[in-house]
Structure formats: structure tokens, C-alpha cells
Design a protein around this ligand. Structure first.
Ligand SMILES: [Zn+2]
Ligand SMILES: [Zn+2]
Length: 333
């Protein structure tokens, strides 16, 4: 009977014992494998970090250069200690996001990190990887979470803009991934005017552009006049939606792009008039479809709504367990 215990939860996150290495550790460690740049996965202060070149660039932007960085491209494999190899595959979540396939003694364990299945012009698409154990996130692991097509949400945003030519539409979006995806989808929908940014989004947008993700004309709210913002779309981090900064805007219609906008109470908490259900995670249907498609011998569930997905696995005779990985607050959605 295989127990796959060479990968297990520990103090800092998921531990790969033979390699003495951690996946997405929440505290500084000697060796870290990092799936992507969100704050609940990527931390500063590790001695050695294995990640995609894009994730390393994001970490350098956020935490400064530190320790030793080992870039691992999609499809590439690195040898770790103890006869463990790690192969990185795209996760479709944000720029540089990776699933990590760990192999040891003939066993294959895939850690998805965060992932989604829908096309996203800002990052490489998720590629299913065959494995014995699939360690999947379950952020939206309840049947109530079904994300609408992003085209519908972008159309609602553009419609609100057309309805209010004297106001501006202020969209709260996380700085890494969500902001750039909203911009790229607006461009895809034909919106080619200047999109205005809160200063906190600027550097990450530039980083995306340096990695060949064109975002079209962008301007900084700080560097323009209030009048120029009428009838325009402005992006800011969610935390700035209701703060003093927003007062410089012409009568903003407050919007927010997040998978959590499906939950009315969350929209109300942030005084969001125009909730846009735009998520960078799989919804319930995509999550269960992915498990069926990868068809692992075991499914380990982390990072979210474990109960609903455990129940689904049980109903479908799929061995599964919830992993109590030390959780950091989720930065993204
Ligand atoms: Zn994430
Ligand atoms: Zn996450």
C-alpha cells in the first residue's frame, strides 16, 4: 500500500521530505518551490527559490533580490536532493503560475497551486499532468460557485461606462493577475482608450508588458486631471475602493472584479455597486472536471472549501483527503 507520505503538511506548508524542501512555504526556509507570485504562496526570505522565471521576476519586484533564484521554465525538470525531481507545468492562474510535478521512487505527485481552466490572454493555459496524487486547491469548492463567462462581465462593465458618460467606472482588482486580465479582456472587447491606474498597480502592469503581455494605453490617475477621467475606466487595488484616494475621481461607479462577487454580502461590505464575477480560480464544475480528467489514485484538497469537494470525491468513489496545510490569508481570487 502506497502512502505517498514523502510529501506531507508541516510547520511551513507542504513538505517534500527526501528533498528537505517546501512548497509555497509561509515562513523563510532553506529551499522553496514556489507555484506563483501571490502573497499567500510566495514569501520573501528563502535561501533558495525554485520557480518559473516570471514568478522570480514578480518576487524580485515584491521582495527585492534575496537568496539564490533557480529559474525553471514550463516543461523543465530540476533534480532535488533525495532522488526527487520537480517539473513545472502551466497552471493558467496568473503570469508565471505553475503546477509542480514531484517524482520520487516511481511515484508522481502534482501540486496545482492555484489554477483555472478558462483562456486568459495574460498567461499560459493550464495543462493537465498525469499523476498518482493530485493536490488541488479548492477556493471555490462548492456547487454554488459557477463563474459566468468573462465576456459577459466585461460587457456589463462597458455598458455601465456607456450609461454614465459623466462619471468614471472604478474597478477594484488585485494587483497581480486580476488587474492585467481585466485590462487585456477590455482590449479584446475593443476598448482601446486609456485605462487609468492607481499608482500601486503600475509596476506589475509594466512587468507584464515586459513579459510580452500588451496592455494598451495606460495612464496614472495621479498624473491627470479629474475632467479627463469622466467616462473612463479606472483600476485600483481593492483596498483603495473606499479610501481617500478615490475622492479625486469624478463621481465613481464602484465596481470590483472577484470570484467572491457572486456572494452579495461581500459586494455590500465594499460598497460595490457593480460586482463583476471574474475569478482566476476554477469554479466548481471546472474543479470536479479537472479531477475526473487527471484521474489520480488520490486527491488531496487544500486551500479553501475542502468539505464540499471531499463529499463529491466520496460520492464518485475517489479516494480523497483534506490536507491541513498552514494557511496564509488568500490574497487573490
Ligand atoms: Zn493565487
Ligand atoms: Zn492562493
Amino acid at each position: 500500500m502506497r502512502d505517498f507520505s514523502w510529501v506531507r503538511p508541516g510547520d511551513a506548508g507542504l513538505y517534500v521530505a527526501p528533498a528537505d524542501c517546501w512548497i509555497d512555504p509561509g515562513a523563510p526556509v532553506e529551499r522553496a518551490l514556489v507555484t506563483h507570485g501571490h502573497g499567500d504562496h510566495a514569501r520573501g526570505g528563502h535561501a533558495r527559490v525554485f520557480a518559473t522565471p516570471e514568478t522570480l521576476a514578480i518576487m524580485a519586484l515584491r521582495y527585492g533580490e534575496a537568496g539564490e533564484s533557480v529559474p525553471v521554465r514550463y516543461g523543465a525538470t530540476v533534480e532535488l536532493a533525495g532522488g526527487v525531481t520537480a517539473t513545472f507545468a502551466p497552471a493558467g492562474h496568473v503570469l508565471g503560475s505553475a503546477q509542480i510535478l514531484l517524482q520520487h521512487a516511481g511515484e508522481r505527485i502534482v501540486v496545482t497551486g492555484d489554477y483555472k481552466r478558462r483562456p486568459d490572454p495574460t498567461c499560459a493555459p493550464f495543462a493537465p499532468v498525469a499523476c498518482d496524487v493530485l493536490v488541488t486547491e479548492a477556493t471555490f469548492g462548492l456547487p454554488v460557485f459557477v463563474h459566468p463567462p468573462i465576456e459577459e462581465e466585461i460587457a456589463r462593465l462597458l455598458h455601465a461606462r456607456a450609461l454614465h458618460p459623466d462619471r468614471c467606472i472604478l474597478v477594484g482588482a488585485y494587483a497581480l493577475g486580476k488587474a492585467q486580465r481585466v485590462i487585456a479582456e477590455l482590449r479584446r472587447a475593443g476598448h482601446d482608450e486609456t485605462i487609468w491606474l492607481h499608482g500601486a498597480l503600475e509596476r506589475m502592469c509594466r512587468l507584464y508588458e515586459e513579459h510580452d503581455v500588451p496592455l494598451g494605453p495606460l495612464g496614472l490617475v495621479m498624473e491627470t486631471m479629474k475632467e479627463a477621467l469622466r467616462g473612463s475606466i479606472v483600476l485600483c487595488p481593492p483596498g483603495a475602493l473606499n479610501d481617500r484616494w478615490a475622492r479625486r475621481l469624478p463621481d465613481p461607479v464602484t465596481a470590483m472584479a472577484s470570484g467572491w462577487m457572486r456572494v452579495r454580502q461581500r459586494a455590500r461590505q465594499r460598497n460595490v455597486e457593480l460586482p463583476l464575477v471574474i475569478s482566476d480560480h476554477v469554479d466548481w464544475n471546472e474543479l470536479t472536471r479537472t479531477i475526473a480528467e487527471v484521474d489520480p489514485a488520490e486527491t488531496w484538497i487544500t486551500h479553501g472549501r475542502e468539505d464540499g469537494l471531499l463529499r463529491w470525491c466520496e460520492l464518485h468513489q475517489r479516494p480523497a483527503r483534506a490536507l491541513a496545510v498552514v494557511g496564509l490569508y488568500d490574497e487573490d481570487d
